[in-house]
Design a protein around this ligand. Structure first.
Ligand SMILES: [Zn+2]
Length: 240
């Protein structure tokens, strides 16, 4: 087990906790994609940075994200900073998070955070994963057919610890912990979702740690778009 894997799992939960507006409205947000949150194929998505100063970071994020455009029939256009009308609004790098697809048009402020600097081992993973959410994708490990043998008590204690660190009052921790567990780990019901076959190699899949599962089960972190990620991008945004 490497620190990178632990960091990824913890980080992935933390990003939801740092964006309460999104987390509280997103109980059904984690699994493949919901057609109502997809952009229109061929659409131009404007990208604006919010409260970010380093141009090298902005350029690196834009370049890494653009890999999706080899497969998805969409355009990314970098527009002025602090443009509240942009479809994707990327805030400072204190956590990783993204609203899902067109959810960004219903909420104000940053729609995405990239909590990993260029040059870090997980930078490309983080950008591709968060932009996957921005294109409308859910977490692949929450696929209805993923069948991951999670150790629920281990996950609960992990989440409780993070909530306590975040300063959540004791009396709220149990309710919030169950919500985080459902939002981030548990399989999603299939209705209203567009579901492609389960892909354990997806960029949208968390690393699964041995300590968070029952029996002998773990998966590493996927660092690149899988063949099925590319296929999903082509299927959801045809015409490339
Ligand atoms: Zn995610």
């Amino acid at each position: 087990m490497s620190d990178a894997l632990i960091n990824n799992v913890v980080h992935s939960i933390r990003k939801k906790l740092s964006a309460p507006a999104a987390a509280s409205r997103s109980r059904r947000k984690r699994s493949i994609s919901e057609p109502s949150r997809l952009w229109t194929p061929g659409q131009n998505l404007r990208i604006s940075f919010v409260d970010q100063t380093e141009d090298d970071v902005k350029k690196a994020i834009f370049a890494a994200a653009s890999e999706w455009l080899e497969y998805a029939n969409l355009q990314f256009e970098r527009v002025d900073d602090e443009d509240a009308t942009a479809e994707i609004r990327i805030g400072p790098e204190n956590a990783s998070f993204s609203l899902q697809g067109t959810q960004s048009m219903q909420q104000e402020g940053a729609s995405m955070l990239i909590g990993c600097p260029p040059g870090h081992d997980l930078f490309e993973h983080t950008v591709l994963h968060e932009f996957g959410h921005a294109l409308g994708l859910h977490h692949e490990h929450q696929h209805p057919e993923a069948n991951i043998p999670w150790d629920l008590e281990a996950l609960r204690s992990l989440i409780r610890g993070i909530l306590a660190d975040e300063g959540v009052p004791d009396e709220e921790i149990e309710d919030k912990m169950e919500a985080e567990l459902a939002d981030n780990f548990l399989p999603m019901p299939q209705e209203n979702l567009k579901v492609l076959p389960y892909d354990p190699e997806s960029i949208m899949h968390y690393a699964v740690l041995q300590t968070h599962t029952l029996g002998d089960y773990e998966t590493g972190l996927n660092l690149r778009l899988s063949e099925k990620d590319k296929q999903a991008a082509r299927t959801l945004y045809p015409g490339r």
